[in-house]
Design a protein around this ligand. Structure first.
Ligand code: 5GP
Length: 189
């Protein structure tokens, strides 16, 4: 189903780069931009809320959803499945909203190549890998092994981001938020 109404705004970038903060600011600034809550098979973190941060599914349920064509994209990230639910996105677009997807670069590639949707892809890059490492340690939410896996993945993701429409470096969070807001605002017109 081709819809001309809303756009899918995709925000990607390595873990710890500030994507979630940026996405929250975007949703607070644009009332017709709706956050897409993804499904995942990863373990829920302490502070996370079901249906707000993610829908936490068993691997079996997730694979069942894939069979039912329930995702506009899904990918295996850091050993767990993540996917964007199709029904919610299409309902939101039909109401004339735009959607905000915080997903990885594999998902970004799939969304961009899907002719059913109009998408705008924004990659948030860290000023340096050291900054990222410090932020991941500072979050105190992952083991050292997980952090190392995420850093390796970040290096790969940065190389894969060349097909994104915009790359914004998060050197200063507030300035980065303003730049992303400007892109979203221009693209919504
Ligand atoms: P986290 O486990 O830290 O919440 O997310 C890990 C990675 O999965 C992040 O890069 C995040 O953007 C990505 N991710 C979250 N939801 C989705 C989704 O629905 N699809 C894809 N492809 N990636 C996702």
């Amino acid at each position: 189903m081709k819809t001309k109404q809303g756009k899918l705004f995709v925000i990607s970038g390595p873990s710890g780069v500030g994507k979630t903060t940026i996405c929250k600011e975007l949703c607070a600034s644009f009332s017709n931009l709706k956050w897409s809550v993804s499904c995942t098979t990863r373990q829920k973190r302490n502070q996370e809320v079901e249906g707000q941060d993610y829908y936490f599914l068993s691997k079996e349920k997730f694979l069942e959803r894939i069979q039912q064509d329930g995702f506009i994209e899904y990918a295996l990230v850091h050993g767990n499945y993540y996917g964007t639910p199709k029904k919610e996105i299409e309902e939101s677009l039909q109401k004339g909203n735009n959607c905000l997807l915080e997903i990885d670069v594999q998902g970004g590639r799939k969304v961009k190549s899907d002719s059913a949707y109009t998408s705008v892809l924004i990659f948030i890059a860290p000023p340096a890998m050291n900054t990222l490492l410090e932020r991941l340690h500072g979050r105190h939410s992952d083991t050292e092994e997980t952090i190392q896996k995420r850093i390796q993945n970040a290096q790969k993701e940065m190389k894969d981001a060349d097909f994104y429409d915009y790359i914004v470096v998060n050197e200063n969070l507030q300035e980065c938020i303003e730049k992303v807001k400007k892109i979203v605002s221009d693209q919504m017109m």
